[in-house]
Ligand binder design. Structure first.
Ligand code: MV4
Length: 447
């Protein structure tokens, strides 16, 4: 078993990983930048190593410094969390070459899913439904026009090295397609150093629904149901829930089975999320994430499974003790991402938290690494806290969420708490009547 684990991350996820390790009897090593010397996960870890200055490129993204910290402390595993190096195949490979356990998938599976065309082709061949699209990279304008003629407009141009929405272009007719193909290729080249693009039929009103899976190194794969992550702004999720308000037991079973069979054939290991767009009753694969996700707690609340613990057990070569029949979706969970941002303009507002009062009580969980007197550094993302609420059904969960949000006080900085209070009161939200465009096009327009 793993004895000492290095946490190659910061903030709430570093603390989340530390907590799982503490409960498992695993020693922890926190690595931190100069800006994070006072961080909670650093205070709680068994050992700490300063790996560089505030800039992430010189600390949390510095592979050599992190590997040196692991060598010095004798860590036998590294957990990358999310963001930073979590989906960097080179890092995963280097960790393993140093005979350190990488808490994550095989590096080849990280690369495979990092390339959107290869990822899509692979899962399609394994029986997962995908969005109708070009057969691989678009060679020329003629090929793009032919696809649009056959499938109809609108179409969406995507960068193969993209993901998370970067470098996408919608085209509504031939003129736009000719024009935007060039723009998309230039943007892809500038952003990712790879100008390959592919095209898909553009779904106009989908929900973003993702399936959580868990795979051990002995061929066992489980799915833990879905999360609905449609409430987003500029590709940043704000609110996630499980189960989705629109998915039936049968749909969950059917898509779960497809995903599990595909992952078994692929020989995938670790935690994974298969992202889909869901429109008019159909699922369409968009991409796969090969890491623990920010929104993993909603799945933990409805299944009772500690995902980070399972992730570490899998990395240690343990067999999953659960079977698919043991996985039951119980009640409903909602997560609100509370950011240090203006609730109106979404401008980041780092600074000192003068007072931090977190809600509690039955079914209320707060995953956060901040405290009264803590100063949020300006160098990293603005996530301050995740408020996760669980109850027997969705209406009770919303009532509990409104109650918890009314207790929550974070002063000294601006946060998105007021936005979440309005969302939890909103009629469309109460009906579960929303898609990926609802927040920006309906809710925020009406504010
Ligand atoms: C799409 C789409 C509509 N049709 N693909 C955005 C991020 C990337 N993962 C895929 N994305 C989309 N792909 C087709 N064929 C709409 C989006 C999209 C989106 C997807 C999920 C969550 C938020 C989104 C916001 C805008 C666009």
């Amino acid at each position: 078993m793993i004895k000492k684990l290095l946490i190659a991350n910061r903030g709430e996820i570093a603390l989340r990983i530390h907590r799982a390790c503490r409960e498992m009897g695993i020693q922890t090593v926190a690595v931190h930048s100069k800006a994070d010397a006072e961080a909670m996960h650093v205070r709680l870890a068994d050992e700490r190593v300063c790996i560089g200055p505030a800039a992430a490129s010189k600390s949390y993204l510095d592979i050599k410094s992190i590997l040196a910290a692991a060598e010095i402390t004798g860590a036998d595993a590294i957990h990358p969390g999310y963001g930073f190096l979590a989906e960097n195949a080179t890092f995963a490979k280097m960790v393993e070459e140093h005979n350190i356990t990488f808490v994550g998938p095989h590096p080849d599976h990280i690369s495979l899913m990092g390339d959107k065309i290869t990822g899509k082709k692979t899962v399609q061949a394994l029986g997962i439904p995908v969005v109708p699209g070009s057969d691989g990279a678009i060679k020329d304008v003629k090929e793009a026009l032919a696809f649009a003629k056959k499938n109809g407009y609108p179409v969406l141009i995507k960068a193969t090295a993209g993901g998370g929405g970067k470098g996408m272009q919608v085209a509504n007719n031939d003129t736009e397609l000719k024009e935007r193909l060039g723009i998309a290729k230039a943007e892809a080249k500038a952003n990712f150093g790879n100008d390959d693009v592919f095209i898909e039929k553009y779904l106009t009103h989908p929900r973003h629904i993702e399936i959580q899976i868990l795979a051990d190194t002995h061929g066992n794969v489980l799915h833990l149901g879905e999360r609905d992550c449609s409430i987003q702004r500029r590709h940043q999720k704000l609110w996630e829930e499980a189960p989705s308000p629109v998915i039936t037991e049968k749909q969950r079973h059917d898509i779960g089975e497809k995903v599990v069979n595909a992952m078994k054939k692929l020989g995938y290991r670790g935690l994974g999320t298969i992202e889909f767009l869901y429109e008019d009753g159909q699922f369409y694969f968009i991409e796969m994430n090969t890491r623990v996700q920010v929104e993993h707690p909603v799945t933990e609340m409805v299944t009772g499974i500690d995902l980070v613990r399972e992730q570490i057990r899998i990395a240690a070569g343990k067999v999953l003790t659960l079977q698919q029949k043991d996985i039951k979706i119980r009640g409903h969970a909602i997560e609100c991402r509370i950011n240090a941002e203006s609730p109106e303009t979404f401008m980041p507002c780092p600074g000192r938290i003068d007072f931090n009062h977190v809600p509690g009580g039955l079914g209320v969980r707060v995953d956060s690494a901040v405290y009264t007197g803590y100063t949020i550094p300006p160098h990293y993302d603005s996530l301050v806290s995740k408020l996760i609420v669980h109850a027997d059904d969705r209406p009770k969960c919303l009532a509990r969420l409104r109650r918890a949000l009314s207790e929550y006080v974070i002063s000294g900085i601006e946060t998105t708490l007021p936005l979440h209070r309005k969302l939890a009161e909103n009629a469309d939200m109460q009906k579960g009547d929303y898609n990926i465009h609802w927040l920006e096009k309906v809710f925020l327009k009406g504010q």
